[in-house]
Design a protein around this ligand. Structure first.
Ligand SMILES: [Mg+2]
Length: 264
């Protein structure tokens, strides 16, 4: 098969991507969820995958050559509700939850001391009360600002991170920005640590690809640098560890179509 005849989407920055994929024996594909395969929605529980994407993922999962996994900042239960249970490995809650295909579910819990600080973080976030939504996750507190006036959103995010970062180090926590909010979370637990764990279980000669759109995906993209090809979704102006770029979730859907043609 000649990849040039396949009408494949071009991946900016990685012109030989499809040839490399075709030449690879074992492959792995790790995808972020929000902003990558599911367009953002103000109501976060309405952010479903683009039409056709679940079928494409199922096809890739069943193709026999690709190890397919998903990573999200959302709690595991939310991801399973929105995506459906495809029986693939999933890292959720920014690396604090992991579920294997056989259903084994691992959770990194905060210490009692961290738990007390996170509870206080919920109160501090609620006290700002400018229309953002506070979410308590298993090992973090997130403040969502999507849908707010952009200036208000920035003010809330900056003020909260200032408050949280004032003593975060003492609790081995830190405040991190994501697209649409900020989060007080366990330090050194992120999509990068989750991806490293996952890659350590893959054969060294696997050709691995990670696709993500957010600041939080950069941890994974940095880890991937030595092991494969990173693809950033979104504007070319945002600095990234990724070599490649796709414009938006619609382009990612085209990318997945290409993957089913070449690597399944
Ligand atoms: Mg995302």
């Amino acid at each position: 098969m000649d990849v040039r005849d396949q009408n494949l989407i071009e991946i900016e920055g990685v012109p030989g991507f499809w040839e490399e994929l075709e030449g690879a024996g074992r492959t792995c594909l790790v995808l972020d969820y929000d902003g990558t395969i599911a367009p953002f929605q103000v109501d976060r529980m309405q952010a479903f995958p683009l039409e056709g994407v679940v079928d494409l993922l199922t096809h890739i999962r069943d193709g026999g050559t690709t190890y397919l996994a998903m990573m999200t900042g959302r709690p595991m239960k939310e991801l399973l509700y929105l995506l459906g249970d495809l029986g693939i490995p999933i890292s959720a809650s920014q690396g604090a939850e992991f579920r294997y295909p056989d259903g084994t579910w691992l959770t990194l819990l905060p210490t009692d001391r961290q738990e007390d600080r996170l509870r206080k973080g919920v109160e501090e976030a609620a006290a700002l009360d400018l229309g953002g939504k506070v979410e308590r996750k298993v090992a973090s507190v997130a403040m969502h600002t999507r849908g707010m006036d952009p200036d208000d959103a920035k003010r809330v995010e900056d003020e909260l991170c200032r408050t949280w970062d004032a003593d975060a180090d003492d609790y081995n926590l830190d405040c991190r920005h994501f697209i649409g909010g900020v989060e007080l979370r366990l330090k050194d637990v992120d999509k990068g640590t989750a991806l490293r764990t996952l890659l350590d279980e893959r054969p060294r000669d696997s050709f691995c690809v990670y696709v993500g759109d957010d600041h939080t995906d950069e941890d994974a993209l940095e880890v991937l640098k030595e092991r494969g090809t990173g693809i950033k979704v979104g504007s070319p102006d945002v600095p990234t560890y990724a070599a490649g770029r796709l414009k938006d979730p619609y382009a990612v859907r085209e990318f997945l179509k290409g993957w089913t043609k070449i690597a399944t």
